[in-house]
Design a protein around this ligand. Sequence first.
Ligand SMILES: C[S@@+](CC[C@H](N)C(=O)[O-])C[C@H]1O[C@@H](n2cnc3c(N)ncnc32)[C@H](O)[C@@H]1O
Length: 245
Amino acid sequence: MNNNTTDDFEASLLSNDSKRKYMIHLFNRIASRYDLIRLLVFLGHTSLWYRKALSDLELKSNDKVLDVGCGTGESTRYIKRLYPQVEIEGLDISSGMLEIASKKDTQGHYFEGDVCNIPRPDGCYDLVLTCFTFRNFPDAELALNEMMRILRPGGRLLILDHFYPQSPVWRIIYTFWMVKVAPKIAGLFIDDTKPYHYLAKSIIHQLKFVDFIQRLENKGLQVVASNLYSGGASGRLIAICNKQS
Ligand SMILES: C[S@@+](CC[C@H](N)C(=O)[O-])C[C@H]1O[C@@H](n2cnc3c(N)ncnc32)[C@H](O)[C@@H]1O
């Protein structure tokens, strides 16, 4: 696939290798402006969502944690601040995003890789988290298999992601903001705003929250927490992995 000719607006429908290549290209392209644009597009709500989703995890000393799709490391650093005693690593497929993460956290451990083929042995993490990333994975089933494989029996998988609000009024406002306003905000900082058209589409195509829970349960995961925030614009799921895939 030639990434430059991909219709970004329809990219949320891609899968497998086309999607993988598209994601690398997209995130490398926006990496240097990613944090600032996100702050403006979501009006600072991301910090609120991290606080709600990550502050009740009760991680223990020396727990091993992997942040999958760590991006510029905001979620990774958030966990570090809350639980300085844990050992956390960040994995991402975009070298551009990882470069920013490593600059912002020079003591941190960030490495390049694909969620569909995580270069780590079976059962080595107590917690695997992935924040605002699941929609971008090239193969959702394979990604889940891999994240389950690297969890120890009884380990937890945490998924925090954007969802499409269910309330009709909120949906109209949210759609207008994401489809019409967000790309304009992004356009103040980057020439090519197509990634922000993709963002809107990927949220609109996101599974419904209840279907997402079902997907995890179908994999044999035990969902122990499911929370929607900001009228359903984002949501968190925590699931215990009792068996390895
Ligand atoms: C929207 S950003 C979220 C970053 C971070 N988790 C946060 O909360 O700010 C999504 C990240 O997922 C990464 N990503 C996309 N596909 C991936 C894959 N197959 N494997 C690993 N990371 C991936 C992207 O490179 C990008 O950095």
